[in-house]
Design a binder for this molecule. Sequence first.
Ligand SMILES: Cc1cc2nc3c(=O)[nH]c(=O)nc-3n(C[C@H](O)[C@H](O)[C@H](O)COP(=O)(O)OP(=O)(O)OC[C@H]3O[C@@H](n4cnc5c(N)ncnc54)[C@H](O)[C@@H]3O)c2cc1C
Length: 473
Amino acid sequence: MTSTAMISPALAALRAELADLTIYQDAPSLRMHSRDFFWFSPVLKPDLEGKQAELIILPSDKAEVARIASACARHRVPLTVRGGGTGNYGQAVPLEGGVVMNLTRLNRVVSTTLGAGRFEAGANLLDIDKALAPLGQELRMYPSTRAQATLGGFVAGGAAGAGSCTWGQIDNLGAVIALEVMTVEPEPRLIELRGKEILKVMHAYGVNGIITEVEVPLAPAHAWAERIATFDSLKAAAAFGQAFTECDGIAKKLVSIHAPAIAPYLKRLGPYLGENKAFAILMVSEPQGDELDRLIVEMGGTVTFARGAQAARAAAFGEHREKGAPGPLYEYTWNHTTLHALKLDPTITYLQLRFPPGRNLKLLDWAEAQFRDDVIFHIEFQRRQGKVYHSSLPLVRFSTAERLYEIMRQAEEAGIQASNPHTWVLNNAGWKRTDAPQPEFKRLADPYGLMNPGKLLDWEAKTTEAKTSEAAE
Ligand SMILES: Cc1cc2nc3c(=O)[nH]c(=O)nc-3n(C[C@H](O)[C@H](O)[C@H](O)COP(=O)(O)OP(=O)(O)OC[C@H]3O[C@@H](n4cnc5c(N)ncnc54)[C@H](O)[C@@H]3O)c2cc1C
């Protein structure tokens, strides 16, 4: 444990009880472990800047997690669970201080079988794939933050990523087999959720239980080669993206399509993006690379970058990268596109849109024309429940919060679903919310309302009532 600061008697008692665990209380650690990527949003930034935990605790096994959960429950200390801390909406930012429990040491492979694996929730996604590689298996999907994010954090705060062009989203039926959840009570219990029950905790920002283990189906591993291809317009590139994703015979991991105006932000890829060209960033099973290259040419594109699977894997696994070569290509897609843009232009922000199946390409044309002045599209293809369509995390040249809401309103009116990334309130998460009874499960798993307070609003009101009547008794 490092230096101490002024803390409440409840927290001091908790700290004394857990003194043998790894606890940080120094200012740099408190700041570092209390932040995520909320600063992608100029709307969230002023409100969340400076919100901090009072203690950071890093349990190294489930028994330590249980001791922390019990102590928080008994001393009524707020508890925010943290994985890799790569969320974009301040999901992991503790709004009411207390303890941040960093789960990244809870990172073991629990079991693997052909087609499924069970992992502790703090396991890093890249490390999981490294462990699975010798077994000829891999995670079906991962966010572009694969190198930093945890499996528990992906379930509790993420949505989709590389692999979603084949396997859909993390909340689709079958994407998760089981979750083990620990309650925050004086005597914490472990609850196993399966089937639709999983949705009670899925994308709930850790407000209703500590996910301790995650069991997911695995895919057969492929030797993923990478491609970049340029096209004359976003329309042409998007039509290719649709055709390629629909092409079930070619195994693929990533289909990401970008408007020409994205190119200047992806400096490392500059030599492969051409002048004023739209482009596709792709991952394909290596033996089928030629087939993909033919499809690209057939649809009016030009392959400008091709990297074999061995080199692509070495870049992703951090083993070797040729001087000047780009990092793994998925790190230029999904919300990494925003990260690259923000590095060059701090006035950029983003939105989250989902285009409906069947009309997705037509609506992309409409949206591109409608929001030409301040929105730059890149789209990520997904195959969900047998249908191919795309979502988008478009870059937005930020002017005002009102303008962001206006874009979302117009998009919704046209039939494009918007999920507001400029709020930390779970209730406002739009289509990213599951319709499972998450508040009801919170009553069971977090009866004192201590977990990640401020993220689930209706619950807070009920807890306040409960606390008030408790105090009056
Ligand atoms: C550059 C960039 C690119 C991104 N790309 C993608 C993308 O491609 N796809 C995508 O879906 N997301 C993306 N994200 C968002 C984020 O990286 C992912 O959702 C990621 O999976 C979050 O995992 P994490 O371990 O970092 O979670 P954290 O940020 O640590 O936590 C996320 C939420 O889950 C809760 N939580 C974490 N662990 C647990 C647990 N064990 N039990 C209960 N609650 C828990 C936290 O309290 C928090 O509310 C991106 C973010 C950035 C910054």
